[in-house]
Design a protein. Sequence first.
Length: 79
Amino acid sequence: MAKTQLGARVDSEIKQLAEARARDRGLSLGDYIAVLVQEDTEGLRQRGLDAAERFLTEHQDIFDEAEDADRRTHGAHAA
């Protein structure tokens, strides 16, 4: 696929975050931006966020119970 050059102005903080995340993923900055655009236009990111939200909603009571048990356990050792 032919490549074309883009120009974008962003804050230096955003540039640093993007470069760090690209490094984390083993990508060049250009490839990282391309992946983000593809994921966004294909709806992959939103589907992932929706799935995470469904998971948390369905299992929230389990997380709440675990947190309550953890608090009780730590409180018992404080005496």
